[in-house]
Design a protein around this ligand. Structure first.
Ligand code: UDX
Length: 465
């Protein structure tokens, strides 16, 4: 009887992608997969990806719960609370009962849930005598800073609402780089996120397997420290193996919330090697009209080719308003799409650098493809990721905003020129090449993530049905 994993993602693009990659990897190790979403997310994914081969191998089901995909930050607190309730333990219990009643031969043998979906889930797993693994889709350091934050309060470093007592760059944990107070991942959403992060840590502490979409080599001191408290298993990068072969001929595009525009790949084929600036703000980054204008003018002023993902909701409240005459000016060297096949783009030889909002998937994809970054974070873990990219791994440069919070066109031009033309840029590009190899080695036979994944898979296969 094949092992059968029930996967429960947080229904946001940046969380569903790595969960799908994990699903795909488990399938290649002989697992049956049931992938659970809320009704609305499930329908949206199917609508945008009618013919994707992902669905041939993975059973997508939905819980009877209307939860629009989390691709906006509006009312985030209420939405997370309603999600945790709407797809909470009693719903999961029912889903397992239904699957098991229907499939005598293929009962669920384990549960893998996003860390945000684990609240109260251990009781359900125990009831059904199933192992539960938590899946953290970002850096171990993100989990660690949340996990130890109550301790930071007790040391008097943070106020009880998570705000640092001193507004200066601080080494909050000895195993982590010094961070600006604004880099702390809860500050964008205030006390709610701070408290939720602490609760999450308490909940996860008792779960034996905590899988991370990261790899030990990039944050070894944190992995070592946290492993004394929690079952830490970094298994990333979870990027499908065919993307890790430079001379590959075909790839699969993972399903996403939006229709992917693959025509840009032919456009990239026509560009010179290492010449194109790729710009994307993930699924949630938002620009003001003024900021969008500065970015457009900055791209125009670089005089270089660029591929820019301008989502229909990139600008708050209206369609993205590009400056008058911009499209005319950049017609011969600019390509604009509403959603790109990002993995294919980043692995294309014409890409020179990535202007990124520093969502963890984007950063890890960029590392794995050896692409240097210009960092433009917005919220959540993105500032922490930037600290690692810029200060620790030396894979990129920050783009700095002026006193009005705007990243001016000159800053964009300067960043691109340093990366492409200067001695510092050369060093960054060399580091990017080195880390690309380390990332790929982590998932090769005998690599650190390969070992962790195999430990996990072996343990799950040993479970009695
Ligand atoms: C969110 C948070 O913003 C991020 O900080 C957190 O780490 C994960 O959840 P998101 O904003 O969507 O994620 O960014 P990111 O983590 O980079 O994930 C975006 C995913 O969408 C990536 O896997 C990327 O490859 C994909 N993508 C993005 C596309 O396939 N096409 C695009 O055009 C843009």
């Amino acid at each position: 009887m094949a092992p059968h994993a029930l996967l429960i993602p947080l229904p946001a693009q940046g969380h569903i992608n790595p969960m799908m990659q994990l699903a795909w990897k488990l399938v290649s190790h002989g697992f049956l997969i049931t992938f659970l979403n809320s009704d609305s997310t499930h329908n949206r994914i199917h609508k945008a990806n009618t013919l994707n081969s992902f669905f041939d191998n993975i059973r997508m089901i939905s819980a009877p719960f209307e939860f629009p995909p989390l691709d906006s930050l509006e009312g985030i607190e209420n939405r997370i609370e309603s999600l945790i309730k709407g797809m909470g333990p009693s719903v999961i219990d029912k889903v397992i009962q239904e699957i098991n009643a229907r499939e005598e031969e293929n009962k669920v043998t384990c549960i893998i849930a996003d860390v945000w979906m684990c609240f109260g889930l251990q009781a359900v797993a125990t009831l059904h005598e199933l192992p539960l693994a938590a899946f953290h889709t970002a850096l171990v350091s993100l989990f660690a800073i949340r996990y130890f934050s109550a301790h930071l309060v007790s040391l008097g470093i943070l106020h009880s609402d998570g705000i640092p007592k001193e507004d200066k760059k601080t080494k909050y944990l000895p195993c982590m780089p010094a961070l600006h107070s604004g880099d702390l991942p809860w500050l964008w959403a205030g006390e709610y996120m701070f408290r939720k992060g602490i609760r999450m840590g308490e909940e996860i502490k008792d779960i034996k397997w905590v899988l991370f979409n990261s790899f030990i080599e990039i944050e070894a001191p944190v992995v070592e420290t946290l492993s004394k408290e929690v079952g830490v298993y970094p298994i990333g990068p979870l990027i499908p193996p065919e993307f890790l072969i430079d001379s590959r001929t075909s790839t699969k595009v993972l399903p996403s919330f939006r229709k992917t525009d693959t025509d840009c790949l032919q456009w990239l084929d026509k560009q010179c090697a290492h010449s194109v600036i790729y710009i994307s703000f993930g699924s949630t980054g938002i620009l003001s009209e003024k900021q969008l204008e500065e970015l457009a003018l900055g791209l125009e002023a670089t005089q270089r080719p660029f591929l820019w993902v301008v989502r229909s909701d990139l600008m708050k409240g209206s369609e993205a308003n590009l400056p008058v005459g911009f499209l005319e000016q950049v017609r011969d060297r600019g390509c604009i799409v509403s959603w790109a096949p990002q993995l294919e783009v980043l692995s294309h030889p014409s890409i020179a650098c990535f202007v990124t909002h520093c969502g963890w998937n984007s950063v890890q994809e960029s590392i794995t493809m050896g692409v240097p970054m210009l960092c433009w974070p917005y919220f959540a873990d993105q500032f922490l990721n930037r600290a690692y990219v810029v200060d620790v791994w030396k894979l990129g440069l920050p783009l700095n905003a002026n006193s009005q919070g705007i990243i001016k066109q000159g800053e964009i031009v300067k960043g691109v020129e340093i990366l492409q033309e200067s001695e510092q840029g050369l060093e960054i590009r060399e580091e990017a090449k080195k880390l690309k190899i380390i990332a790929r080695d982590a998932v090769k036979d005998g690599g650190s993530s390969w070992n962790n994944f195999n430990l996990f898979v072996t343990a799950m296969k040993r479970q009695p049905n």
